[in-house]
Design a protein around this ligand. Structure first.
Ligand SMILES: [Fe+2]
Length: 202
């Protein structure tokens, strides 16, 4: 059965950019619920309980139709949040490192150009969802976004960086000002984790 992974820092570690109360509710409320709901969904499917989140999400069409949407939402929610937490740190440096920096510059022209595209993706995602930097099927870096808890790996893409733009990620502190949340979030991006994610794929 799936377990809630440990948060790699305490709830107030990312203050003032991400407040402690939001972090606590996001992790113990929202992320934990995805894990619980995924386990509930799979309770009558023992053959699926040993699979990894990646196995489940990479081939959604292979799942029984009755549970496909629930797995898509809840395995997606678990995967995306498990991926998201280590992408933030209180000891943030201010931009990409080494190989990922080269890749970003090559694809987007500059870090600032990349950041603008990513901000646009995060701002313009209607309703709930995520903004992503992925390595696409052609092995190129690309900025994308997904709705709800849809996951890039279900579309054959490898996520490198992701930002949760569900209201549950920011509403307590930033209310309706998603743009302010996006701007604040850049202060806590863990570029070492981005570098590690990039090196795993490229
Ligand atoms: Fe979230």
């Amino acid at each position: 059965m799936f377990k809630l992974p440990e948060l790699p820092y305490v709830f107030d570690a990312l203050e003032p950019y991400i407040d402690a109360r939001t972090m606590e509710i996001h992790y113990t409320g929202h992320h934990a619920a995805y894990v619980k709901n995924l386990n509930d969904t799979l309770k009558d499917y023992p053959e699926l309980q040993d699979k990894s989140l990646t196995d489940l999400l990479c081939d959604l069409n292979a799942l029984p139709e009755k549970i496909r949407t629930s797995v898509r939402n809840n395995a997606g929610g678990d995967y995306n949040h498990t991926f998201f937490w280590p992408l933030m740190t209180k000891n943030a440096v201010l931009g990409p490192l080494e190989k990922s920096a080269q890749g970003i510059n090559k694809t987007f022209g500059s870090f600032e150009q990349f950041q603008k595209q990513f901000n646009d993706a995060a701002k313009s995602r209607f309703g709930s969802g995520w903004a992503w930097l992925v390595v696409n099927k052609q092995s190129n870096l690309e900025v994308t976004s997904t709705a709800n808890q849809d996951c890039p790996i279900s579309q054959g893409q490898e996520p490198i960086l992701g930002l949760d733009v569900w209201e549950h990620a920011y509403y307590l502190k930033y209310q309706n000002k998603r743009v302010d949340y996006i701007q604040a979030w850049w202060h806590v991006v863990n570029w070492q984790q981005v570098e590690d994610n990039f090196r795993k794929v490229c």
